[in-house]
Ligand binder design. Sequence first.
Ligand code: ATP
Length: 367
Amino acid sequence: MATDVILKDVNKVYPNGFHAVYDFNIEIEKGEFIVMAGPSGCGKSTTLRMIAGLEEISSGDLIINGKRVNDVAPKDRDIAMVFQNYALYAHMSVYHNMAFSLTIRKVDPAEIHKRVMQAAEILGLVPYLNRKPKELSGGQRQRVACGRAIVRDPVVFLLDEPLSNLDAKLRGTMRKELMNLHDRLNATFIYVTHDQIEALTLASRIVVMNEGYVQQIATPKEMFDNPENLFVAGFIGTPPMNFANGKISEDGKYFEHMSGNKLKLTQHQTEILKTYRGKQVVMASRSEYIGIDEASLTSNPESTFEIEVDYTEYLGAYTLIYGLYGGENVIAKVYTREPIAKMDKVKACFDMEKIHFFDIETTKRIR
Ligand code: ATP
């Protein structure tokens, strides 16, 4: 597959001296759906804006479609951007909003009409072509914003939190529409969001950033199953991973939680934790890998612990138990219909095969 976009050691230092992005490296294949995610201020919009040409690149190379474009004007970069606030022209009809960028590029009117009608068809906007933006719903406006990008027929679509102004239900619908759109266009999408659910549902690969640094680049599944470090483990997944502090026993066979509770490690864990005997580590488990039912407890007799229940959330198909594991917060996602009262103590167990350990100094997953 052809590589569409390459960022090589890209850095951004703003004129006031603030270093917003450090050594960003990625090679994006044609047709990928890349989602850049991370908390507010982590540098994801800055990175997108550098790709768009709206921010200067302080150092490093940006290559789009085989050409270094650091110094190429935004309009000549073969990209189209969809913004969070849509940025539609209020006085223009839907048709003219979509046609505008082609008109100013002096594209042949017959070609403009063809491309606008094609985009309107793809986006289900044909009945609305004569309306003004204020006569549309939020979702329809968002589609017009996408339409303006589609008519440009760019190599790369850049989307900056395009769904953040929509209510939760519409966001769900638009997520599906964006996935369909991506499939139909077979173009490269680079999408920025602070919402890890959007990242998990949309991305072919996710880039998680924090404080200007790329933390991990991986498929949603890989990132969910094997987070690279404690930051990613806490960022991806709802609820986030549970963390427990303790040390590896001198014989390397147990994780000794700070509360004194002991968990038997698997053979593989004993092996990879060889150099950590007697040392502090952080253990991490997903809520879904904690069991409280008889079958789980019977098959994991050496990895049991007690949850001091704070409160529970009954969510129909499952229940979330919020509580403490030896003084540390823990959330368990369990499939039980029995009521679990506040302050109950519940016997639980970890599925040790699914547990990760992290180095306390580097915060990296031990493997
Ligand atoms: P958000 O989700 O809030 O939009 P973000 O991850 O997109 O966050 P950026 O907008 O990329 O974050 O900003 C990254 C950092 O760079 C922030 O700390 C921000 O304050 C800083 N920053 C952004 N623009 C400038 C600027 N023009 N001058 C100096 N610092 C800036």
